[in-house]
Design a protein around this ligand. Structure first.
Ligand code: FES
Length: 184
């Protein structure tokens, strides 16, 4: 059964991700959703960041900063979870051993928002509809710099410049709290 996704919320998130996509990681400057934020110095040294998962509706994505890197947190819909296995044959590395969402959680994927080609910021396109870059698009990330495609779990498509899946940062789940980085 598919979950309802608030179209207004999706639009707002897409606008945010559109801004993200226009810049590279070296200079990104977008409003990140607030998380539990340690001091700037601690962040630079790699302190962990906490995020309240109850803020994120199904189908939405949040971007938080960890070690000066954008981290994408995706709340997967039931429909997305059903569609991911259909894409296995189009993936360079289906990564099934990591689990469907490449996460220890069955609802959320946590990914570094850094294209594995030349480090641009991929944009979030969760909608299922034909796109200029893929007529059979089932939702995922598209990197506008050189056209790399990733599915909603960050798996890279075959035949694009990016060689490997979006990286999964170290993270743990404690109830409704996501901890990115080493637990404190
Ligand atoms: S940096 Fe993403 S496709 Fe080249």
């Amino acid at each position: 059964m598919s979950e309802k996704v608030d179209p207004k919320r999706r639009k707002a998130l897409l606008i945010t991700s559109g801004v993200m996509g226009a810049v590279t990681v070296a200079g990104f400057a977008v409003p990140f959703l607030s998380a539990w934020n340690p001091s700037e110095k601690a962040k630079a040294m790699g302190a962990s960041v906490k995020f309240d998962l109850t803020k994120l509706d199904a189908g939405a994505m949040a971007v938080v900063e960890w070690r000066r890197t954008p981290i994408f947190i995706v709340h997967q819909t039931e429909q997305a979870k059903q569609n991911l296995p259909k894409l296995n044959e189009k993936m360079v590395d289906p990564a099934l051993e990591e689990g469907l969402l490449r996460s220890s959680n069955d609802k959320f994927s946590v990914l570094k928002g850094v294209c594995t080609h030349l480090s641009c910021a991929p944009k979030y396109y969760p909608e299922i509809e034909p796109k200029a870059w893929d007529q059979e698009w089932l939702g995922g990330f598209f990197c506008p710099c050189h056209g790399s495609k990733f599915d909603l779990a960050g798996r890279v498509y075959k035949g694009v410049p990016a060689p490997v899946n979006l990286e999964v940062p170290p993270h743990t789940f404690e109830g409704d709290t996501l901890i990115i980085g080493d637990a404190v």
